[in-house]
Ligand binder design. Structure first.
Ligand code: NAD
Ligand code: IPM
Ligand code: MN
Length: 368
């Protein structure tokens, strides 16, 4: 099959991790007889520098006519002083909104091979960790009214958290559907003891739960959820939460799995269309140094094969290639522990090793 993939490398380590991801996708194409056509597009800081706009119109229209979007990361120190509506991050937010990507799926899986990279005690993690954060992605405080005004305490700024019943219901359905295929447990995270928007959230999620009698629903306040994630993360199966709480909790969950450099994500519209991006950012501290872990981006491509293209075997092939490389002891610097005997590799070598696991014959033939 032929697939058209819109590729947005972005800023910082984005281009480095996307280069390795495309390398891995090409091996999948060779092995399984697919054709992936990539259209490289500008967005973020690099687009500001070259076109004056964080999200050029060409980029948005190319994404709309693609089969799916693969994105590295946007943002960086260079653009940190720009006005809020001119920053590189607006490209990402506008893409999510314009492409109607309301459901952000962020699986946090602790690979057996990385058990010792988990900062929690072994007795907390026992035989591993496998949870999914389902984050609402096109509503809430990210997209509510915002502005500045004068107050009796001087100049002030505000951002409004607003959720409609419809927005909450559709993300609740996503979470219950995800849980139906997993351990049948949803924890809805809110701040209903204080926020009106959270009380609406809790009511609508609880109403929606009635359509899924086989799923257990728990409601939890976000402060408690942040604490429970490090006290007893194994109690979670699917966490469903708002845009801002999901942003924060998914970074916390990522570190439990060893590194933010491992966590992939899928941002889905209704239907098969999606944008796939690692949970991490542009890591300006690592950019251009061959130190970034490309696994989050590579695993995001695996999610693309699964969710947008329905290529389950191909998707699993990428997941197992990543695991084999970890099992052999290769570690990017973020996964190196002082006491471990891991073999340290850079971004490029990690990508080569993963690609080689997918198509050993072709690569070793090339080397001979
Ligand atoms: P970050 O995720 O870029 O980095 C946080 C820490 O994690 C840093 O120490 C970094 O070195 C490390 N890290 C991140 N990715 C890694 C990887 N693949 N391998 C190894 N280590 C990795 O978050 P930040 O520093 O808060 O943000 C930097 C910039 O990225 C900001 O401009 C922010 O707005 C942007 N950002 C973009 C996205 C995105 O485009 N999806 C996501 C988050 C942050
Ligand atoms: C993420 C990022 C983005 C977010 C930023 C860069 C706009 O942190 O995807 O997690 O807050 O959604
Ligand atoms: Mn984030």
């Amino acid at each position: 099959m032929n697939y058209n993939i819109a590729v947005i490398p972005g800023d910082g380590i984005g281009p480095e991790v996307i280069r390795e991801t495309v390398k891995v996708l090409d091996r999948i194409a060779d092995k399984f007889g697919h054709k992936f056509s990539y259209q490289q597009l500008l967005a973020g800081g690099v687009a500001i520098d070259q076109t004056g706009k964080a999200l050029p119109e060409d980029t948005l229209s190319a994404c709309k006519s693609s089969d799916s979007v693969l994105l590295g990361a946007v943002g960086g120190w260079k653009w940190d002083d720009l006005a809020g509506d001119k920053r590189p991050e607006t490209a990402l937010l506008s893409l999510r909104k314009a492409l109607k990507l309301y459901a952000n799926i962020r699986p946090a899986l602790l690979f057996e091979e990385l058990a010792s990279a988990c900062p929690l005690k072994p007795e907390i993690i026992k035989d591993g960790l496998d949870l999914v954060v389902v984050r609402e992605l096109t509503g809430g405080i990210y997209f509510g009214e915002k502005g500045t005004k004068e107050t009796d305490m001087g100049p002030a700024a505000y951002d409004v958290e607003l959720y409609s019943e419809k927005e909450v219901r559709r993300i609740a359905h996503t979470a219950f559907d995800v849980a139906s295929k997993r351990n049948k447990k949803v924890t809805s995270v809110d701040k209903a003891n204080v926020l009106e928007s959270s009380r609406l959230w809790r009511r609508v999620v609880s109403e929606t739960a009635k359509e899924y009698p086989h799923i257990e629903l728990n409601n939890m306040y976000v402060d408690n959820a942040a604490m429970q994630l490090v006290r007893d993360p194994k109690q979670f199966d699917v966490i469903v939460t708002s845009n801002i709480f999901g942003d924060i909790l998914s970074d916390e969950a990522s570190q439990i799995t060893g590194s933010i450099g491992l966590l992939p994500s899928a941002s889905l519209a209704s239907g098969n269309f999606g944008m796939y991006e690692p949970v991490h950012g542009s890591a300006p501290d690592l950019a251009g140094r061959d130190k970034a872990n490309p696994m989050a981006a590579i695993l995001s491509a695996a999610m693309m094969l699964r969710y947008s293209f329905g290529l389950l075997e191909e998707s699993d092939e990428i997941g197992s290639a990543v695991r084999k490389v970890l099992k052999k002891g290769y570690r990017t610097p973020d996964l190196m522990e002082p006491s471990s005997a891991g073999k340290e590799v850079g971004t490029k070598e990690a990508g080569d090793l993963i690609a080689e696991e997918i198509c050993p014959f072709i690569l070793s033939a090339g080397k001979a």
